[in-house]
Design a protein around this ligand. Structure first.
Ligand code: CMP
Length: 201
């Protein structure tokens, strides 16, 4: 089995993150946790490319729909539909519009438990209920109620892969192998070396 330190995840700073000048702040949070940036680019995505990104996982429509139904119910609100697929059909249209509205930053982060650590630092989908201390909890204020009223996607600054498999599919979708840089960070010796050798002179 490959060592945990090789786990990778894909992160997108969405157009609102770029426009609100939060790129550095977001990168800083992942960087200071000990993760390693191995690819980064700014791009303007096409609608087709975004739709493909969100539907790489055949389960995405069901999971996203169920998650937003739960969000409504937990607040005592009636979801717009009981059918998760109906909800995601609309959400996908909103998402394509949102993610193509301006430049985005696409990144690969690597390190032990990269997927889970990045999701933890990023926070839950809906900023209204994202934990304090997370990127979505600290820097934005959107809610499902607001997006329903206005007919748009939740503005939550960042996308982060939901599982190792999803991450690997998303990385393939966004990056050529030659865009990814293999290198060692000196801090990895402290994070991963079993004996923390080589510190004392
Ligand atoms: P992300 O983590 O990129 O995954 C799917 C995105 O869809 C999510 O962030 C939100 O931006 C958006 N989203 C999810 N559920 C809803 C919803 N019910 N209404 C509007 N946008 C949503």
């Amino acid at each position: 089995m490959k060592h945990h330190k090789f786990e990778r995840t894909l992160v997108i700073i969405k157009p609102d993150g770029v426009q609100r000048s939060l790129m550095g702040e977001i990168i800083k949070r992942y960087e200071r946790a000990g993760l390693k940036l191995t690819a980064i680019k700014m791009t303007k995505a096409t609608p087709k490319f975004i739709e493909k990104h969100y539907t790489l996982d055949p389960e995405w429509r069901r999971i996203t729909g169920e998650k937003s139904i739960k969000g409504y119910l937990s607040k005592g609100l009636k979801p717009p539909s009981e059918d998760p697929f109906k909800i995601t059909e609309v959400v996908l249209k909103y998402l394509v519009k949102y993610l193509t509205s301006g430049p985005i930053i696409v990144m690969i982060w690597q390190g032990a438990h990269a997927v889970a650590i990045i999701r933890k630092l990023t926070g839950g989908t809906e900023p209204l209920t994202s934990d304090v201390g997370t990127i979505r909890g600290d820097y934005v204020l959107d809610s499902y109620q607001m997006t329903d009223t206005d007919g748009r996607a939740v503005r939550n600054l960042v996308h982060a892969s939901g599982s190792v498999k999803e991450a690997e599919n998303e990385i393939k979708h966004w990056f050529d192998k030659k865009e990814i840089v293999d290198y060692k960070l000196v801090q990895e010796q402290i994070l991963y070396d079993v004996n923390m050798d080589g510190i004392l002179e």
